[in-house]
Design a protein around this ligand. Structure first.
Ligand code: NAD
Ligand code: ZN
Length: 253
């Protein structure tokens, strides 16, 4: 499973983490890949194979064709609804429960971190929540994920949309402030399963690197990014590397 070199980088990371108290972790779509949830970089299948995800997860696309974008999200919800946390989500939940000082931030819109038992800040919203595209009020009525007909707001009759941050939209202010505050205080920043190119979340590694503690940056990704901020690169799947890393942290407590 893990090569001696991967294990060596994991030990190097755990030695370093052990000596520090404030750890920030940022996860991306890659952490849910082993649960069977496709990343945006995976090719789409079936009905949607001729569309690029970036062209659908997009405020302009919803304004032009709300029905198309809503049906795509209904289809994604259908894909995601039975998915379960994998060993990577479980290892992070264990870390958070058994050791103090770890803040978990995610760009994912699934709820697999919560299902595993973690407390997590969502920078990009929630796949399972909806709101009005016109008046912004939450839409709390049950939604049938097998039906792709557009829904209307009870207050203003605007179209209902998923409560997700699309390309071209700003991040939720409270969550973004919380994330920035944690990253400013951290001594170690770990980016897991994220290509580190979608701003502003990608800027968090930079904020950590130049914060007053000059945090060390660790990356866990089977396809290493060329993020120049990274100090320790663990080139492995999150589901292989994290259980080993967390086991080492707990053993050494
Ligand atoms: P991303 O930019 O975070 O890229 C995915 C990264 O995961 C890639 O670098 C890839 O090498 C890596 N990866 C693949 N398998 C991995 C594994 N087993 N372990 C560790 N890393 C692995 O994500 P994206 O797909 O480009 O999506 C961008 C944004 O779109 C996300 O931040 C999110 O808002 C949204 N999105 C969310 C979900 C979800 O909630 N599960 C899924 C797709 C897209
Ligand atoms: Zn409304």
């Amino acid at each position: 499973m893990l090569s001696p070199q991967q294990q060596q980088y994991i030990s190097q990371a755990s030695d370093y983490i052990r000596q520090h108290n404030h750890i920030c972790i940022l996860t991306g779509a890659g952490i849910s890949a082993e649960s069977g949830i496709p990343t945006f970089r995976d090719k789409q299948t079936g009905l949607w194979e001729n569309y690029r995800a970036e062209d659908l997860a997009n405020i302009g696309a919803f304004e032009r064709n709300p029905s198309l974008v809503w049906s795509w999200y209904q289809w994604r919800r259908h894909l995601v609804k039975d998915k379960k946390p994998n060993p990577a989500h479980q290892a992070l939940a264990r870390w958070q429960k058994q050791l103090s000082g770890m803040t978990l931030i995610t760009q994912n819109v699934d709820d697999l971190h919560e299902q595993a038992g973690s407390t997590v800040t969502h920078l990009h919203g929630h796949l399972w929540k909806n709101r009005c595209s016109r008046c912004d009020l939450p839409y709390d009525l049950p939604v049938d994920y097998e039906n792709s007909a557009l829904l209307h707001c009870q207050h203003c009759s605007g179209y209902i949309r998923p409560d997700i941050v699309w390309f071209g939209e700003i991040l939720p202010q409270q969550e973004w402030r919380d994330a920035q505050m944690a990253v400013t205080r951290c001594e170690v920043f770990i980016a897991i399963g994220t290509s580190s190119i979608v701003y502003p979340a990608a800027g968090l590694a930079e904020l950590a690197k130049y914060n007053p503690q000059r945090a060390k940056i660790i990356e866990i990704n089977p396809n290493p990014t060329d993020n120049p901020m990274v100090d320790i690169q663990i080139q492995a799947k999150a589901g292989d590397a994290l259980p080993v890393l967390v086991e080492q942290l707990l053993e050494l407590e």
